[in-house]
Write a protein that binds this ligand. Structure first.
Ligand code: PRP
Ligand code: URA
Length: 207
C-alpha cells in the first residue's frame, strides 16, 4: 500500500508562504520551487536501498554505503521542470526522462504531447509535478511510467488538492505520494484553493 506524506517542517511553511504570494516574481518563485523540491526529495528518498562500498580515506580503508539502485526522475512538462534540477543536484547520478501533458482548458483532461523513455527503465522513479489538482495528469503520468516497467514509483508534488490525492490513491494504490501541503479544495476551474495559481506560468513567466 502506498503512503501519503505531507511534510511538516518550519522551512516548508516558510517557503510555501512566499511561493503562494501573488506578488512573488518569477525568478523568486523558481527559487522557492527549488527549495521546496529539495526538502521534498530529502523526505521521499529516505527509503532508497543502499549497497556496501569500500572507500580509502587519507588514513585507512573503510566500509561505506552508496545508493544501490538506478533512479529515474520524471518531470511532467512544463511545471515539473522547475523541480528536476534541484532533485538531480541531490541525486547526481539520477537519469531524467520527460513526459509532457497539458490540461485541456474546457474539459480539464490531460493531453499528452511528449514522452521520452529509454528501452531500459530505472528501478525507481520519482515523478515530479508541483501541482496535483484533479489528479488527471498524475494518474496518466504514473500509468506511463508503470507501462515503461518501473517497479517503485513515488509522486512528488508541492501542493495537492484532496480531490487529486483521492484519485491517485484510488487508481495507483502502490504509489507513494509526497507533498508539501494539502490544500482545501478545487474551484470551478479545477484550480487549487488557496493554491498558488498556475505553476507553469509562474515558473516560465508566461502569465
Ligand atoms: C498543471 C500542473 C499539472 C496539472 C495538474 O499543468 O503542472 O501537470 O496542471 O492538474 P490536474 O491534476 O488537474 O491534471 P498544466 O496543464 O497547467 O501545464 P503546464 O505545466 O504546461 O503549465
Ligand atoms: N495547475 C496549476 O498550475 N495550478 C492549479 O491550481 C491547478 C492546475
Amino acid at each position: 500500500m502506498g503512503k501519503l506524506v505531507e511534510l511538516k517542517h518550519p522551512l516548508v511553511s516558510h517557503h510555501l508562504a512566499t511561493l503562494r504570494d501573488q506578488s512573488t516574481p518569477p525568478h523568486q518563485f523558481r527559487e522557492q520551487v527549488r527549495r521546496l523540491s529539495l526538502l521534498l526529495a530529502y523526505e521521499a528518498t529516505a527509503g532508497l536501498p543502499l549497497k556496501p562500498v569500500s572507500v580509502r580515506t587519507p588514513l585507512t580503508e573503510t566500509e561505506c554505503e552508496e545508493l544501490g539502485c538506478r533512479i529515474g526522475l520524471v518531470p511532467i512538462l512544463r511545471a515539473g521542470l522547475g523541480m528536476s534540477d534541484a532533485v538531480q543536484d541531490l541525486i547526481p547520478q539520477a537519469e531524467v526522462w520527460h513526459l509532457g501533458f497539458y490540461r485541456d482548458e474546457s474539459t480539464c483532461q490531460p493531453i499528452e504531447y511528449y514522452q521520452k523513455f529509454s528501452a531500459h527503465p530505472p528501478e525507481t522513479a520519482f515523478i515530479l509535478d508541483p501541482m496535483l489538482a484533479t489528479g488527471g495528469s498524475a494518474c496518466e503520468g504514473i500509468d506511463r511510467v508503470k507501462k515503461w516497467g518501473v517497479d517503485k514509483i513515488s509522486l512528488l508534488c508541492i501542493i495537492a488538492a484532496p480531490e487529486g490525492i483521492e484519485k491517485v490513491s484510488a487508481a495507483h494504490t502502490d504509489v507513494d505520494i509526497f507533498v508539501c501541503a494539502i490544500d482545501d479544495h478545487l474551484n470551478e476551474n479545477a484550480y487549487i484553493v488557496p493554491g498558488l495559481g498556475d505553476a507553469g506560468d509562474r515558473i516560465f513567466n508566461t502569465l
